[in-house]
Design a binder for this molecule. Structure first.
Ligand code: TRP
Length: 450
């Protein structure tokens, strides 16, 4: 049973609502995943596709999740259940809950690395003076069973914030963490402009070479847009259920997408000038950020302080994202299973802990344990990001486009008729046709059919 609407928490301030939602979107996806994806997929070519998908597909699906969340004021399972009489839809909610726990498990491992890097730089053990060491140091720090401790520390921090509840814990933490994060990134960007390879780096990131736009670039950019906006699993739906009645959903979706893009671009401006200044390859893949950063710290005065601050920033960005992922299962347990928030938080954290430990062991004792040729870490990443995420996004867009009552959608986007929303017809057209078809193409590709 879902709780009465009136007993539900609501974000205390408009700033809090934006900071928390941006906090979910901005995370390792922007600062760690975006630069390496852009690097692998040709820089400017990827960038232009990414921006296109962010606004043409991401924003409409984000609007759909916001609409369902605020209209139902429910967890993702309850939202499908309340908004439709047909029983089948709520399975999407269950998929979202399971997939969010899977993402939480492998995400915590990478987030654990950021905690480890933060500590090793703070204690002066991070070597960024020897430029040849970037890669070997990364391997040394992240392989074996020992990194479990960092995954666990990260998940404990996640638990502490979640346990304090939506407005006290999550909103307050985001109000402080998000602005600090922006300021730190801007400071690093200013530094980037002093590097000798600045021009090449900026050119790589912003000058599109249209000949490089091939299907894999399009598909990579689409997947990145979804991951980065936290779409597909009902994460944004859950947050929208905490929006106040006066929140303008359309504006909110555009604001979140723009700020999310800004952070990804800032991260790119931090990373690529350094890559070109120090003669590294932009195509290094997932290790890119961890390998390039030592070079940046090396040429800064008081490098230890900057190194510590940067990893603290990555840690904070990850934390505000994992809090949002956890919230999907916590609201489900509280509202559908009638659990206290504390009990729900403990249960979902324990599941994430088990998943997180298994994923960490994929780089240690369980590195030879493979299912369908993938380690547990890779399997969780593959199933959740490549299968559940696109399916969830597609179903949500079909649900709002085809099933949800038009007057209910209208009510949400005009705030009960108190304002105009001129683009409703366009939005519904996108949700009915463009988004499901485009997402279906990513999905076919991710399971290897295309
Ligand atoms: N968007 C986050 C990032 O960029 C990750 C994230 C948070 C996410 N919640 C999600 C991804 C829900 C998919 C679904 O790091």
């Amino acid at each position: 049973m879902s709780k009465d609407n009136n007993t539900r928490a609501i974000f205390a301030t408009k700033f809090g609502a934006i900071a928390t939602t941006v906090g979910s979107a901005v995370g390792l996806g922007n600062i760690w995943r975006f630069p390496y994806e852009a690097g692998v997929h040709g820089g400017g070519a990827f960038m232009i596709c990414y921006i296109m998908f962010l606004f043409l597909l991401g924003v409409p699906v984000l609007c759909a999740e916001f609409c369902m969340g605020r209209s139902s004021r429910c967890n993702v399972f309850g939202a499908y259940n309340r908004l439709s009489d047909e029983k089948g839809w709520k399975i999407t909610g269950l998929i979202g809950i399971i997939a969010s726990l899977m993402i939480l498990s492998f995400y915590s491992v990478v987030a654990g690395w950021t905690v480890e890097y933060c500590f090793t730089s703070l204690t002066g053990q991070l070597n960024f003076h020897d430029r040849t060491k970037g890669h070997s140091q990364f391997v040394e720090l992240t392989t074996g069973d020992r990194p479990i401790i960092w995954t666990v520390i990260f998940l404990i921090c996640n638990f502490v914030i979640l346990n304090r509840g939506v407005t006290k814990g999550i909103e307050r933490a985001s109000n402080i963490l998000m602005p600090i994060l922006f300021l730190l990134l801007i400071a690093f960007c200013i530094n980037s402009f002093t590097l000798p390879g600045c021009k090449d780096g900026i050119k790589f990131l912003f000058k599109p070479d249209f000949t490089k736009i091939e299907p894999s670039v399009l598909l990579g950019a689409m997947g990145q847009a979804f991951f980065s906006l936290s779409l597909g699993l009902g994460c944004m739906m859950t947050y929208a259920s905490y929006f106040s009645k006066s929140t303008k959903l359309g504006n909110m979706a555009l604001t979140i997408a723009s700020l999310d893009l800004l952070v990804a671009v800032l991260a790119g401006i931090v990373i690529f000038p350094a890559v070109f200044s120090f003669g590294l390859s932009p195509e290094a893949g997932p290790t890119l950020v961890f390998e390039v950063l030592p070079f940046i710290f090396n040429q800064l005065p008081a490098g230890v302080i900057w190194a510590t601050l940067f990893f603290l920033l990555l840690f904070m960005a990850s934390l505000t994202s994992t809090v949002s992922m956890s919230e999907i299962s916590i609201t489900y347990l509280c509202e559908e299973k009638n659990m206290s928030r504390k009990k729900a938080t403990i249960i979902s954290s324990l599941i994430a802990l088990i998943g997180g430990i298994l994923c960490t062991l994929s780089f240690g004792s369980l590195s030879d344990f493979k299912i369908c040729g993938l380690t547990i870490f890779n399997l969780f990443d593959y199933i959740s990001s490549n299968i559940f995420l696109p399916i969830g996004g597609m179903i949500c867009s079909i649900f709002v486009g085809w099933k949800m009552k038009k007057d209910l959608i209208m009510k949400e986007f005009t705030n009960d008729g108190s304002m105009k929303f001129y683009t409703l017809t366009l939005l519904i057209f996108f949700l009915k046709y463009l988004c499901p078809i485009a997402i279906f193409i990513i999905f076919l590709n991710s399971i290897g059919i295309l």
